[in-house]
Design a binder for this molecule. Structure first.
Ligand code: ZN
Length: 504
């Protein structure tokens, strides 16, 4: 092995171990930790995080990375590790330790104020903090541009976007969202004026939570979740995390009066989990041992949740099992009614509760708002007004309070600008991959016969196997033979909802 890489390896091992420990503490905080543990645990997390930071920022590693950047005897994985770490280090080095610390403190305050503002439905409480967060991000992004081009020219929002999805800046996203808007907004209008009405009342009967748990566990396993390498818990907001490829954890949330919320959370998070479980052993516990990007991760969860999990074919062999679990509640519901109900389109105010079709419209509102804030110094005080106008324009609904409007998401209070668009990109990646998969095998037939393993295997061979050793755009191209192309997603939505709502 290259001697410099051998030296780097010691830091990588430590980084992986600390990362796993921090993940475990974070999981525990969200699921089982007692209420009063928070402050003491936070101290431990702070110390471990500082150690983790020192694995990259220290006397030795920057020099090693510089030399290894020129080395010609690295394996493909080693080269990917060096590329990823060098990029991360460059980003860190452009912001001074003092500014970094101030920013963390600001985020922690702004997070608390967002919570308070949301609880009290008072945007004015949060606004001064959001202003500071936006100003700090603009400043940090300018440093990155100066580091990249020397003169600091270029788009400040592109820096934020590229942080979450390499190669997807304003140019790509403007085109993408324009195409979506052109399709979804009129399609939604036609759906709303159509005669077709779906009965969703049965989903809100009383469904015993213990029985839901049994069914969801069975469902996760049916999809390929391996309980010898994974754990399923519960939390307020469902999520997936992992220590490495053999310890992957998902949560879901059950509501007694909402059968499908838990089911589709489970399917969604299982999509994320399978990605992590299928990352090869030689990649796990390295800096390229997770999913390729937020968007690629979301493509796996959303393909499973929406394209597969809301299809009639998927439920053909599964619905009977659900009926067996809830014989009284579902005795008068047939497969057709169930599939229609889980695909019902209702434009609403809250992103996390939205249906498949209108989801991207929620994201577009956030994209337009972020672009203005980061790129144009748009006044934060005007944000609620802008938000409400965009909701009216795209979804035809206007929130009557900021807590159901501009204050609903946590992301901005945590400085996560540029993250939202990756949710929408995930849908489009998924559609492009799904289209290719369907050319290579009879997906509907596999679903009807309960052979979902073959579908997951296709994803393993074309997406999961790379971990983060290649950027998402490259994986997409290797898997489909094409550059990113939003037309597949647009086509998928048009076909699905035209048929479902009998619009022809
Ligand atoms: Zn997700």
């Amino acid at each position: 092995m290259n001697q410099d890489y051998e030296k780097l390896q010691m830091y990588l091992d430590k980084q992986a171990a600390l990362g796993a420990a921090l993940t475990l503490l974070e999981w525990d905080n969200e699921t089982l930790a007692p209420e009063k543990a928070m402050d003491n645990t936070a101290r431990c997390v702070g110390i471990l995080s500082e150690e983790l930071y020192r694995c990259l920022v220290n006397e030795e590693v920057p020099g090693l990375l510089k030399k290894l950047g020129q080395a010609e005897d690295l394996t493909e994985i080693q080269a990917a590790v060096v590329r990823v770490l060098s990029k991360e280090l460059a980003k860190i080095e452009r912001i001074s330790a003092k500014e970094q610390r101030e920013f963390s403190e600001l985020l922690s305050k702004s997070g608390m104020m967002w919570q308070k503002a949301k609880a009290e439905d008072d945007f004015a409480l949060f606004a001064p903090y959001l202003e500071q967060v936006v100003a700090a991000i603009r400043k940090h992004n300018r440093y990155q541009l100066e580091g990249d081009n020397g003169d600091g020219t270029g788009s400040l929002y592109d820096v934020s976007l590229n942080e979450y999805e390499e190669g997807f800046g304003r140019k790509e996203l403007d085109t993408f969202f324009a195409e979506l808007k052109e399709t979804i907004v009129p399609l939604l209008g036609r759906i709303q004026s159509s005669q077709k009405k779906m009965d969703t009342d049965f989903m809100h009967r009383k469904y015993d939570v213990e029985k839901q748990k049994q069914f969801n566990r069975w469902l996760a396993e049916y999809l390929g979740f391996d309980f010898s390498k994974g754990v399923m818990g519960e939390s307020e907001h469902p999520f997936t995390t992992n220590l490495h490829n053999r310890d992957v954890r998902i949560t879901t949330h059950y509501y007694e009066d909402n059968l499908i919320s838990g089911i589709f959370s489970t399917i969604h998070e299982t999509g994320h989990a399978l990605y992590e479980m299928n990352v090869p052993d030689e990649l796990t516990l390295t800096p390229v041992g997770g999913g390729a990007s937020c968007g690629m991760h979301e493509s796996q969860s959303r393909m499973l949740e929406n394209m597969i999990g809301r299809s009639r074919e998927f439920w053909e062999p599964v619905f009977g099992k659900l009926q067996e679990t809830f014989p009284e509640q579902l005795c008068d519901v047939d497969l057709e009614q169930f599939v229609q109900a889980v695909n019902c389109v209702v434009p609403d105010l809250i992103r996390t509760e939205s249906d498949e079709l209108t989801y991207c419209l929620h994201i577009m509102v956030r994209y337009e708002a972020e672009k203005k804030l980061i790129e144009e110094e748009y006044p934060v005080s005007e944000l609620p007004k802008l938000w409400n106008e965009l909701y009216q324009e795209y979804l035809g609904v206007t929130p009557d309070s900021d807590k159901d409007g501009v204050l609903q998401d946590v992301h901005w209070s945590g400085g996560m600008f540029g993250y939202f668009p990756s949710y929408a990109l995930g849908n489009a990646f998924a559609a492009q991959l799904y289209n290719k998969m369907k050319q290579e095998m009879d997906v509907p037939q596999l679903l009807r016969s309960g052979q979902i393993g073959q579908i997951i295997n296709w994803l393993k061979e074309h997406v999961h196997c790379y971990g983060a050793a290649k950027p998402a755009g490259e994986i997409l191209k290797l898997a489909t033979g094409e550059e990113f192309c939003p037309a597949y997603y647009v086509q998928y939505l048009k076909e699905k909802y035209t048929k479902l709502y009998e619009l022809n």
